[in-house]
Design a protein around this ligand. Structure first.
Ligand SMILES: Nc1ncnc2c1ncn2[C@@H]1O[C@H](COP(=O)(O)OP(=O)(O)OP(=O)(O)O)[C@@H](O)[C@H]1O
Ligand SMILES: [Mg+2]
Length: 241
């Protein structure tokens, strides 16, 4: 989707970040339009998760700005960005340990103002083929269902942008196919923009409209996956570590 007439939904410019006295990110620019899927790849430690931390509002950048719907949201915290429609999933799907699935949805519904209904929860769960079950403890769920539970909780709030950190980590191939279908439906049918950090090239190959490649805190390539994957910089950084 490279229609120049569609304004970006979300963008950042010149982001840099230091942690523990080290430069972690330098001069990061990106933008995404409604319904677009932007993949982020790069070797371990490249700074992919740190970038999502800034984009979601958990970390403040040293320099640079983040824009959503044309507004500078640098001063908005994680929870404020969540209310604006920016959802975030994490590399490790951490679920509340002492709650059932039903109680988790209820807590998430009641954390939202105005409260969401049970129908909102069931609708969101259905989108990812998950069941709001009062008799199942979160701790009984396997990795894939933990990811679905957390994603459904975000979808209840009708996000317009999802920031996803390795949604296929720890999944088997049939589950990755299902994630692929879910992400395609969210982006192409519900027009949700998705920024997805992912090591599984085969997943990005089918769903990402564009990718950016990061190495050592910088963007070293951007474009269609098929066009950049064989470039010497990308091979050197990503495949020949
Ligand atoms: N809180 C922190 N304090 C200091 N350094 C940190 C902190 N968090 C991350 N780093 C460092 O920042 C760099 C980028 O880490 P980050 O987790 O963003 O990489 P990543 O690309 O997500 O890696 P992976 O593919 O392993 O998930 C790494 O060198 C990491 O050690
Ligand atoms: Mg990471």
């Amino acid at each position: 989707m490279d229609d120049q007439t569609i304004a970006p939904l979300f963008s950042c410019e010149n982001l840099s970040l230091d942690l523990g006295g080290r430069e972690i990110l330098r001069e990061i620019d990106l933008e995404i339009k409604p319904g677009e899927v932007l993949g982020i790849i790069g070797p371990n430690g490249a700074g992919k998760t740190s970038l999502l931390e800034i984009l979601s509002g958990r970390y403040r950048p040293k320099t640079g700005n983040v824009f959503y719907k044309g507004k500078n949201i640098n001063d908005s915290h994680l929870y404020q960005r969540a209310r604006m429609g920016i959802g975030r999933t994490y590399q490790t799907p951490v679920v509340p340990e002492d709650l059932t699935v039903g109680e988790t949805f209820k807590a998430a519904r009641q954390a939202y103002k105005p409260y969401l209904t049970r129908f909102d929860a069931e609708y969101a769960a259905d989108l990812v083929d998950f069941v709001v079950d009062d008799s199942v403890l979160n701790t009984q769920l396997k990795t894939f269902n933990r990811r679905k539970l957390l994603l459904a909780n975000i979808l209840m709030k009708k996000p317009e942008l999802l920031l996803m950190d390795e949604p296929a980590a720890g999944l088997i191939n049939s589950e990755i196919d299902e994630i692929d279908e879910i992400l395609r439906m969210l982006s192409k049918e519900m027009n949700i923009a998705v920024i997805i950090v992912e090591h599984r090239i085969e997943l990005l190959d089918t769903i990402a409209d564009r990718v950016i490649v990061m190495d050592a805190g910088e963007i070293i390539a951007k474009g269609a996956l098929s066009e950049i994957i064989d470039s010497p910089e990308v091979r050197a950084a990503y495949f020949e570590m």
